[in-house]
Design a binder for this molecule. Structure first.
Ligand code: PEP
Ligand code: MG
Length: 756
């Protein structure tokens, strides 16, 4: 019973629209559920340095918002200082007890207080009290602790939104920023636009209606479309379901016509909310009322109304996306923005990107780096719901987002952005020079790509080819698998853009965090699941089409390199090679003669590291995908912000694996290139050169920096540095060693990430 109540309160806290509502709800419901005499919440309001009684059920109502304590005063202060529960059967006998006459609490003996903590910061204290002397049970302590966690995240987002609502902030007021992790370097200044998955009603942001009449019209259209869908579904079920079960569809139709739903939404639109926001509020409010019902059957209706809401939302957003215009200097923000969403928007209008989940190794961050869009990932406290259209500054170096920045901070960042531009220009001038070390060793630097836009011909001067073209990107922006001729066209364009240099087309690497809307994969552990070559081998119809298109595209240029992703066994490589052979044969039989491409295997799974030599013997070259290799070696999800600190390319295990790969490839007499992001970071790139790799493939945005590194060291210097790094056990020491070497060589500006 107590657990059901807890679950219900947690649901309601998540659905509530403001903090006052949450506080009142918690104190009322907790008092009833635990059958105590008092439940109160004290908060450490920002800037107050005191614990203020913000809500209470049981204490004198007059005391609410009037009574406050020093942060370490009384028993409430003791809970805050200790940051752990305090459970006393008779509070008045405790030496820290402090009687506050206004509250009328002298009648209560039993006291249980738990801290409300967010990221180590004490936001407040949740207290229950009872007249009778008793020690509260463990179950009660757990109950309050669980609620306190929910309360903490609600307070944290409320704090931020309250600050945001203060439109006329004084110039002296502190700038608010949210920390995440650096996703793509650079500074972006612009206005937020929230992107969210179409099926997620709860993540619909608040936004003002531009034209309420039009919004109402769209809502009515959506209702009509869902009504039609329901009638069609009911018809279709005619033969399969008995009449009484088909009544369910009638219930949907009835709900669609109900005054409380329709009027609720239209009224909110008239008050100025856009239709999807008004729908979210109304549906969640209705659903909550059903969720709270004791009767199991009625409780289930809460799920139905949410489903109805999602169906309406789908249609509303369809209408909306037709109207949606992306203005210049837009900052894309969202809980989870996919690489496909980024690839779909007009990139030249995007000034920055902020995700509340994900890390620098997420594909959307990699794409942002390739496009030169500053990005912050894993900013979990970022108030997505009420940020739409607000001014933001994205600091992609520090991994920070400034909300409604003051004039002063804006000027500071504009200065940084222009200094950064100057550094890049200076580097670009250098970048046309060949990538040779001081002792004359050529280390070709190619680029990673997935979009044609970045491959302008002026770059051919600077780069030694395309080291990784992620073919899944053009697949992600379509509604179905592109056919052979469509793919041939895409590949031909790339091969022709760099006719005298190698161009590496990697075969489809979907799965993990790269989903195709038309090839759904539902898995608990996508990165350990159906991914890359595993899918291609299971679907020869897709794989052969792709291989044929690549071979045909190579007809006139002859510069194609094919690369297989996610190889984890010899067997997989052999199968992939056999299918490539089959594609060649088929073309031969059709009298299409094509030059033989070079073929490579990616080393990005630990098993492949141990098989390097035998894998290398079967192909022309190896390409190391450090993004995945680090994730699999260290068992750290490359997308999970809570473990992003553990994702470390300077880990000694990573250096050891690289050494093994270089050694295995040497024995087979084959070259090794690195196409993971480790090659795009100046300090780690220096270690890679020292490790003995033959070439690098980096993001276009980092190419000038990496060339500068190559031109500033001898291979021998880099080798010594790598040897020294191998003797260290601490990743931080290894990173510091590489960064110091850059600074000593006069390349400090690269280490300080821009000019910070
Ligand atoms: C890698 O894993 O390092 C790599 C280059 O591939 P992707 O980032 O596309 O998985
Ligand atoms: Mg990979």
């Amino acid at each position: 019973m107590i657990l059901t109540t807890l679950r219900q309160i947690v649901l309601d806290v998540n659905a509530a629209e403001d903090l006052d509502e949450i506080l009142t709800m918690i104190v009322t419901r907790v008092k009833a559920a635990l059958e105590v005499d008092v439940c109160s919440i004290y908060l450490n309001l920002p800037g107050s340095k005191r614990l203020t009684l913000m809500a209470s059920e049981g204490l004198n109502p007059e005391a609410v918002r009037r009574v406050s304590l020093d942060l370490d005063e009384g028993l409430v202060g003791l809970v805050a200082v200790r940051a752990e529960p305090v459970n006393l059967s008779d509070a008045s006998t405790h030496k820290r007890y402090k009687f506050i006459p206004e509250t009328g609490e002298d009648r209560y003996h039993a006291f249980l207080g738990v801290p409300v903590l967010h990221r180590r910061r004490v936001l407040g204290v949740l207290v229950v009290q009872q007249a009778e002397s008793r020690e509260f049970e463990e179950e009660h302590v757990s109950f309050l602790l669980t609620l306190a966690v929910q309360l903490a995240s609600a307070i944290n987002s409320a704090e931020i939104s309250v600050e945001l609502k203060q439109k006329n902030r004084s110039p002296l007021q502190k700038d608010i920023f949210i920390n995440g992790s650096p996703g793509a370097p650079g500074v972006g200044i612009g206005k937020a636009m929230v992107f969210f998955p179409a099926t997620d009603l709860e993540s619909v942001p608040d936004r003002e209606a531009t034209s309420p009449d039009e919004e109402i019209e769209s809502f009515r259209n959506a209702c009509e479309k869902v009504r039609q869908d329901m009638l069609t579904l009911k018809e279709r079920m005619h033969e399969l379901l008995p009449t009484e079960d088909r009544v369910l569809f009638d219930a949907y139709v009835l709900m669609l016509g109900s005054d409380s739903l329709v009027n609720g939404v239209t009224e909110l639109i008239r008050q100025g909310h856009w239709a999807p926001g008004a729908l979210r509020m109304t549906i969640l409010d209705h659903a909550r009322q059903f969720d709270a019902m004791e009767d199991g059957y009625l409780r289930e209706r809460g799920a139905d109304i949410r489903d109805l809401g999602r169906r309406l939302l789908d249609y509303l957003l369809e209408e909306n996306s037709k109207r949606r215009d992306i203005p210049p200097n837009t900052i894309m923000v969202g809980r989870e923005i996919s690489a496909a969403q980024l690839a779909e928007v007009p990139v030249n209008r995007i000034a920055g990107l902020v995700c509340t989940t994900g890390t620098a190794s997420s594909h959307v961050a990699i794409l942002a780096r390739a496009l030169g869009i500053p990005a912050v990932m894993g900013a979990s406290d970022f108030p997505v719901k009420n940020i739409d259209q607000k001014n933001l500054i994205v600091d992609g170096y520090m991994g920070r987002v400034y909300l409604q920045p003051s004039y002063a901070i804006r000027v500071e960042f504009e200065r940084l952005a222009s200094e950064e531009k100057a550094l890049t220009e200076q580097l670009v001038a250098e970048a046309a020079k060949p990538a040779k070390t001081i002792d004359g060793v050529k280390i070709p630097v190619m680029v990673n790509s997935g979009l044609m836009a970045e491959l302008v011909s002026s770059h051919t001067m600077m780069i030694d080819g395309i080291g990784l073209y992620r073919t899944e990107v053009p697949f992600m922006v379509r509604d179905q698998f592109p056919g052979e001729s469509e793919q041939t066209e895409i590949y031909t364009e790339i091969l022709r853009a760099f006719p005298n240099q190698p161009v590496t087309l990697r075969t489809l690497d979907i799965g993990g965090d790269k989903a195709l809307s038309y090839f759904p994969i539902e898995e608990a552990n996508p990165f350990l699941g159906y991914r890359g070559i595993r899918i291609s081998l299971d679907h020869p119809e897709i794989f052969l089409t792709q291989l044929r298109a690549m071979l045909i595209a190579n007809q006139t240029t002859g510069n194609l390199n094919i690369l297989f992703p996610m190889i984890s066994s010899l067997h997989e490589l052999d199968e992939a090679l056999a299918l490539l052979e089959r594609a060649k044969q088929e073309l031969l039989e059709e009298n299409i003669l094509t030059p033989t491409p070079k073929v490579g295997a990616m080393i990005e799974v630990p098993s492949a590291v141990h098989l390097t030599r035998v894998l290398a013997e079967r192909v022309d070259y190896l390409s190391v995908g450090t993004n995945d290799l680090v994730q699999y070696l260290l068992a750290v999800d490359r997308n999970n912000a809570s473990v992003s600190e553990l994702y470390d390319e300077y880990h000694p295990a990573v250096l050891s694996a690289l050494e093994m790969i270089v050694e295995g490839a040497r024995k087979a007499g084959k070259p090794v290139t690195i196409c993971g992001e480790m090659a795009s970071n100046p300090a780690s790139a220096l270690l890679l050169i020292g490790c003995g790799i033959d070439s690098l493939s980096v993001s276009m945005a980092s190419l000038p920096r990496i060339k500068w590194v190559i031109r500033s060291f001898s291979r021998e210097q880099a080798r010594q540095l790598f040897r020294q790094a191998r003797s260290f056990t601490d990743p931080n020491q290894i990173q510091a060693l590489a960064e110091e070497a850059l600074t000593d060589a006069g390349l400090g500006a690269l280490v300080r990430a821009g000019m910070h």
